[in-house]
Design a binder for this molecule. Structure first.
Ligand code: CO
Length: 210
């Protein structure tokens, strides 16, 4: 059997299982979506957004890229953010990094990754801001995981700085922004930072860029 056929077979089995549980499952789901959460995570195949938080189809709007970055010129990320926050009116944005992130490891190295270097530049900038703190750590793994944590904080801050989030906060005091790290060794999530309209009210009005 070809690799492709295995995937189709697996899809058929999944669809059948859903229909056996509820005959109207797909027809109901096809009508509309109203997810409460926007997930911004890493593209890493070991961090499947829906699966690790037990979210069913329809519960999570998802954007994933290498090293879970929020880059202000990334039209893809901004479009997902705009749609999720302004149109779907999600209540929460989850920015999730993970231990042992390959994107972070690559950014900490001096290796050449060709086109990817452009993307990793954003991660390298986070490292540059915190290089003093990171260089004090002994092992490579410690450095990577500290960078994972600092990067989550930076990307949550980047979300706060977007006009999409600021507009939504001024209009409806929502969504909350959560910075999490998924621990690959245990399968568990840890909260690193949380920001909302109330906690950032001074920042919103000081740096508002609507
Ligand atoms: Co990663």
């Amino acid at each position: 059997m070809e690799e492709r056929d295995k995937l189709f077979l697996s899809n058929k089995a999944w669809a059948l299982e859903k229909l056996q549980e509820d005959a109207a499952y797909f027809s109901e789901l096809a009508k509309d979506q109203k997810p409460d959460y926007l997930w911004i995570g890493c593209s890493d195949s070991r961090v499947p957004a829906n699966e690790i938080i037990g979210a069913a189809p329809g519960e999570l709007f998802v954007h994933r890229n290498i090293a879970n970055m929020v880059v202000h010129t990334d039209l893809n990320l901004l479009s997902v953010l705009e749609y999720a926050v302004t149109h779907l009116e999600v209540k929460h944005i989850i920015l999730c990094g993970h231990t042992g992130c390959g994107g972070i490891k690559a950014a900490l190295s001096n290796s050449n990754f060709d086109l990817l270097n452009k993307w990793l530049r954003n991660v390298k900038d986070v490292f540059y801001h915190h290089r003093g703190e990171i260089k004090l750590l002994d092992s490579e793994a410690e450095k990577v995981n500290k960078m994972v944590e600092l990067n989550v904080i930076e990307q949550v801050n980047n979300l706060v700085k977007t006009s999409v989030v600021q507009k939504a906060w001024l209009k409806r005091k929502s969504p909350k922004i959560h910075g999490w790290i998924y621990d690959m060794e245990t399968g568990l999530l840890n909260s690193v930072v949380e920001k909302n309209f109330e906690s950032e009210i001074d920042e919103v009005f000081r740096f508002t860029n609507l």
